[in-house]
Ligand binder design. Structure first.
Ligand code: PMP
Length: 449
């Protein structure tokens, strides 16, 4: 088997996600033969550092022996069973553990099979809760500028990345968008905290004026990932929790990308010491092995649906593969690694090394900001360092970084002009140094004209 033969066969029949397929006339597709740790290997033996954990899902490396073993055992026992009317050991154990690990007061787990579907569940449950308790006018959702919550129509409607959303506008419910709290927009010299506090007043005004018609506010806690790895101070979440309580509005925390240690704590909400009404998890939940998502919620919400069947208050939402036992087993093996290897503590030194490794890029003439939150590092390329003026998107500078990175053996997949690392937690100091060297050279190359 060689790369080119596979590329030809693929392009004849596969339509790839988030891709202008015409790009592949000049941009080679990369068939991957195997993965081990942070490395991906193609059919010519060339290796790539998976610096973005394959769309932020992988936590403990590809082909992890401990997760593999758990899956071999599960596959020999039970591969799948309908979750309506039936249950199985992996889902019970997983639910018990998630309830114990997540912030207090989250008491019930509802499963789906990908992140977007998890967001749909949270939106529908919030809306439906208000219907069930006699407040049918609460039908609107508030979202943040630059937010991203997935690609299905409901999730897309509460996102704010025009590139993915604009064309579908006629199909989408209208969301209320509050201005960004992200520190990258702060005035020169203004702290992230002060900016987040200042920006909160717009959110407060929205809630004050429209809480009667608002079901929930949905946020990505601490880091708005797909919107450009935009980071904000935890004070915003604290203020938001308080205001949601005050105005009787749900808070949905979408930790699909930031959960499971990405921001330095197991869940980002911990840093604001808050409990959301709905917590959406996916991606790292299964260590990057299998699609699974879960929405955790409170007993108060659960009880609003719990009644005689004929009252028609039940949450009649389902997906065929909901709570798949193999996915749950992978999740349990992932949680075991967190506990047994003391990962959250260990990541502190990895995060420090990542910080030191990108430090020199702060001085780069075309880097506007280097930002970091735990195991996420982002580097924003700009045309003008002083004014922070962005490169026009049509120049596709990020694509140049991507191409250069691949040549040098690293999978970096920038979001526009923002290059980022979100590596598996098994990356070594030497590999961080290697990644830094490739990243620096890729940015030099992409900004050289
Ligand atoms: N929410 C957030 C915060 C995400 O980052 C993503 C995926 N990038 C999603 C939801 C959607 O998840 P999925 O791609 O599994 O549908």
């Amino acid at each position: 088997m060689d790369n080119q033969a596979l590329i030809n066969r693929d392009l004849a029949c596969v339509w790839h996600p988030c891709t202008q397929m015409k790009d592949h006339e000049t941009l080679p597709l990369i068939p991957i033969k195997s993965g081990k740790g942070i490395w991906l290997e193609d059919f010519s033996g060339k290796r790539y550092i998976d610096a973005i954990s394959s769309w932020w899902v992988n936590l403990f490396g590809h082909s992890n022996p401990r997760i593999n073993k758990a899956l071999y055992e599960q596959i020999a026992t039970l591969e799948h069973v309908i979750l309506a009317g039936f249950t199985h050991q992996p889902i019970i154990e997983l639910s018990e553990q998630l309830i114990a690990l997540t912030p207090d007061n989250l008491t019930h787990c509802f499963y789906a099979d990908n992140g977007s579907a998890g967001v749909e569940v949270a939106l529908k449950m919030s809306f439906h809760y208000w219907q069930n308790i006699g407040k049918p006018q609460k039908t609107k959702f508030v979202t943040l500028q630059d937010s991203y919550h997935g690609e299905t129509l409901g999730a897309l409607a509460v996102g704010d990345v025009a590139l993915y959303k604009k064309i579908y506008a006629p199909l989408l419910m209208e969301a209320i968008t509050a201005p960004s709290p992200a520190g990258c927009y702060a005035e020169q010299g203004e702290s992230y905290e002060s900016y987040a506090r200042r920006q909160f007043s717009a959110m407060e005004q929205i809630l004050h004026a429209r809480h009667d018609e608002i079901a929930a506010v949905i946020v990505e806690p601490l880091v708005q990932c797909a919107g450009g790895m935009r980071m904000y101070h935890s004070i915003y979440l604290k203020l938001l929790r308080k205001a949601c309580d005050h105005y009787g509005v749900h808070l949905i925390a979408d930790e699909i990308a930031v959960g499971f240690g990405r921001t330095g704590t197991l869940f980002a909400c911990e840093q604001a010491e808050i409990t959301p009404d709905f917590l959406c998890l996916s991606k790292g939940l299964t260590g990057g092995y299998l699609p699974l998502s879960v929405v955790l919620t409170t007993n108060e919400i659960y009880q609003a649906f719990y009644d005689d069947y004929t009252k028609l208050t039940a949450f009649l939402h389902s997906h065929s593969y909901t709570g798949n036992p193999l996915a749950c087993r992978a999740a349990l093996a992932t949680l075991a690694i967190f506990a047994e290897d003391n990962i959250i503590n260990k990541n502190q030194s990895l995060a420090m090394m990542m910080q030191q490794a990108v430090e020199p890029l702060k001085e780069h003439p075309h880097v506007g900001e280097v930002r970091q939150q735990g195991m996420i590092v982002a580097i924003e390329m700009v045309q003008n360092k002083t004014t922070r003026q962005a490169y026009p998107w049509q120049q596709r500078r990020g694509l140049k970084v991507y191409q250069y990175g691949l040549e040098q053996g690293a999978l970096l997949r920038p979001l526009g002009n923002v290059i980022y690392w979100m590596p598996p937690y098994v990356i070594t100091p030497a590999e961080i140094a290697q990644l830094a060297q490739i990243t620096q050279a890729a940015i030099d190359y992409a900004t050289s004209d």
